[in-house]
Ligand binder design. Structure first.
Ligand code: HEM
Length: 133
C-alpha cells in the first residue's frame, strides 16, 4: 500500500489538478461513456432518460466533470436544480447513479484518491439535484 502510493504519486507534481490526476479529458470521456452503458443496463435509471438526447447529456456531463476537476472547461449548462426538476429522482436512485460513476471511474483506472476526490466534489450537488423533485 504505502510503497505503491508513494511510487505512483512520484509520476505527478504535488500540485497536479484533479483533472490531471484522473487522466485528463480522454479518461473523463471514457468514464462518461462507461457510465452510459451502466445506465442503459438499469431499467429503472434509464427510464429517467427516456426523453433525453443522450449525446448532449454525455457532452454536458463530460464538460461538468472537467470543470469540477479544475480542468480547462467551463460548464455553462443549466444549474443542477433546473436540470433535474420534477423527474421524481429518489434517494436510492441518486445513490445508484453515484455508485455507477464510481464504478465507471474504477473501470477506467482512475486512482482511488482521485475517485474519492471527485465524489467529494459532487456530493454537495445532492441538495441541488433533489431540490425540485
Ligand atoms: C451528483 C449527481 C449528478 C450530477 C453531477 C448530474 C449531472 C448532470 C448534468 C451535467 C446534466 C446535463 C444538464 C444539461 O446540460 O442539460 C444532467 C442531466 C440529466 N440527469 Fe443528472 N446528474 C446527477 C444525478 C442524476 C440522477 C441521480 C439522475 C436520475 C436518477 C439524473 C438524471 C438526469 C437526466 C435524465 C438528465 C437529462 C435531462 C435532459 O434530458 O435534459 N441525474 N445531469
Amino acid at each position: 500500500g504505502a510503497l505503491l502510493i508513494t511510487g505512483c504519486s512520484a509520476h505527478q507534481p504535488q500540485n497536479a489538478t484533479l483533472y490531471e490526476r484522473m487522466g485528463g479529458q480522454a479518461t473523463i470521456d471514457a468514464v462518461v461513456e462507461n457510465l452510459l452503458y451502466r445506465i442503459a443496463d438499469d431499467d429503472e435509471i434509464v427510464s429517467y432518460f427516456a426523453n433525453s438526447n443522450i449525446d448532449l447529456f454525455a457532452a454536458s456531463l463530460a464538460t461538468q466533470l472537467c470543470d469540477v476537476a479544475d480542468g480547462p472547461c467551463q460548464y455553462d449548462g443549466p444549474p443542477m436544480d433546473r436540470a433535474h426538476q420534477t423527474m421524481g429522482i429518489t434517494n436510492a436512485h441518486f445513490n445508484r447513479v453515484v455508485e455507477y460513476l464510481d464504478a465507471a471511474m474504477a473501470d477506467e483506472n482512475v486512482p482511488l484518491a482521485a475517485r474519492n476526490d471527485m465524489l467529494g466534489r459532487l456530493a454537495p450537488m445532492y441538495d441541488d439535484v433533489m431540490r425540485l423533485q
